[in-house]
Design a protein around this ligand. Structure first.
Ligand code: AMP
Length: 416
């Protein structure tokens, strides 16, 4: 039996329904704040991600689906959405539009990760980007919008962690200071931390080893070394969130697996998820557009995982699509089937949801089917070109001409 590839999944109709609800909520929440939908290609030139996401990141090093096209160009299935949106911004000269340009997207992404609950090789994200502004108000608004979307989707046990990375220069200086500090305290560190001091000093903050933990309690913090401008920017973001009653925790050790972030960085987690507790996150990327060949342009954005939202959200019951009219056949013959086909098309043109019998069931079977799909009216077409119209809620029925079916359903429908 041929199965879906490892780490992928089919979206069957009940789940598709829940995903449409998320899409509608994203459109509502983000549309109301002036964000417009964008779609970009499923694959991009590999260089975009190497330069944008960062050559040394796990995503670029280990997780990309990369292949050559027939012209020998290296292409990659998009592992994230920000670099492609920025590429589109540059390519279409959108810096000439009034700024900021605000986008949202709902697309699938590809990473060769080890699959587990909430972690797939093809997954979907809703994302939002505000490009062309460095105002801290944009950062705060984006955070508030993601909080609103998670709330609208009834995601449980949500926590927000917030930090600021400052500029790449500050980060480099900080890294050197931290490395020196760790070397000074090498004898108290866990062996695996000690061996990675020069490779990744920040990882030392994640260690549960008691000696390492006590060393890290006194370690220099990036947040204490921000430049006055970066500190002011971060202070303003926090002030706006406080004013909006958004609860957050400052986490100076927050890291995300992408190189392009500057200044604000944030992540939402949900207690309702297991090991993969991150439900969405993002930050500011003031150097990214320049890095991939555009004019210096600040930006800020986030992405949230569709599957994680649905896993951590309360299972809101979804109402089935309404069916106004089910057209049944008294006898299965070509002329009745044609009448049913024509009548259902006319009913839909009149704004009704209409289906007709396609499976050759007995009349009893057709009425059962009408009931199963929740039809409000059933028109049973008979051989003499008339129909018996039955109101499924009251059980009342009358004989009418075919042309009277649609007006009668409209009169009795929610549209009148
Ligand atoms: P990231 O771009 O890695 O920060 O991802 C943003 C959000 O997308 C995360 O918070 C997750 O909700 C979701 N996500 C990331 N990677 C995966 C994956 N492999 N499978 C499912 N969801 C993912």
């Amino acid at each position: 039996m041929i199965q879906a590839p490892k780490g992928t999944f089919d979206v069957l109709p009940p789940d598709a329904e829940r995903r449409s609800i998320l899409e509608a909520q994203a459109r509502k929440v983000l549309g109301a704040a002036g964000y417009k939908r964008i779609e970009t290609p499923v694959f991009e030139s590999t260089e975009l991600f190497a330069r944008g996401v960062g050559e040394a990141t796990d995503i670029v090093q280990k997780e990309m689906y990369t292949f050559d096209d027939d012209g020998g160009r290296s292409l990659t299935l998009r592992p994230e959405g920000t670099a492609p949106v920025c590429r589109a911004y540059i390519e279409h000269g959108m810096h000439k539009l009034s700024q900021p340009v605000k986008f949202w997207y709902l697309e699938s992404f590809f990473r060769t990760e080890q699959p587990q609950k909430g972690r797939y090789r093809q997954f979907w994200q809703v994302g939002a980007e505000a490009i062309g502004t460095d105002a801290p108000e944009a950062d705060a608004e984006l955070i508030v919008l993601l909080a609103e979307l998670l709330e609208a989707m009834v995601v449980r046990g949500v926590h927000l962690r917030l930090s600021s990375l400052g500029s790449p220069e500050t980060r480099l200086e900080y890294r050197e200071r931290l490395t020196a500090y760790l070397h000074d305290h090498e004898d108290q560190l866990a062996p695996e931390v000690r061996s990675r001091i020069d490779l990744n000093p920040l990882r030392a903050f994640d260690s549960s080893h008691p000696g390492t933990r006590s060393v890290m309690a006194g370690a220099p913090k990036l947040l204490d070394q921000l430049s006055p401008e970066d500190e002011e920017h971060f202070g303003r973001v926090r002030e706006l969130l406080d004013g909006a009653d958004v609860r957050y925790e400052i986490d100076p050790t927050l890291v995300r697996g992408i190189d392009y972030y500057t200044r604000t960085l944030f992540e939402f987690t949900s207690d309702a998820l297991g090991a993969q507790s991150a439900v969405g996150g993002g930050g500011r990327y003031d150097r990214l557009i320049e890095q991939i060949g555009g004019p210096p342009t600040p930006g800020c954005g986030w992405a949230t995982g569709v599957e994680r939202i649905l896993l951590s959200g309360a299972q809101a019951p979804t109402a089935p699509d309404p069916v106004d009219l089910f057209i049944a056949l008294q006898v299965h013959e070509t002329s009745s089937a044609t009448d049913a086909f024509v009548l259902s098309r006319e009913a839909r043109r009149a704004g009704l949801a209409a289906q007709f019998e396609l499976a050759g069931r007995s009349l009893k079977g057709q009425l059962k089917q009408a009931d199963r799909v929740g039809a409000r009216f059933v028109a049973i077409l008979n051989a003499s070109g008339k129909a018996t119209l039955r109101d499924m809620s009251s059980g009342e029925q009358t004989e009418v001409t075919l042309s009277a079916v649609i007006p009668a359903v409209l009169r009795g429908s929610r549209f009148t």
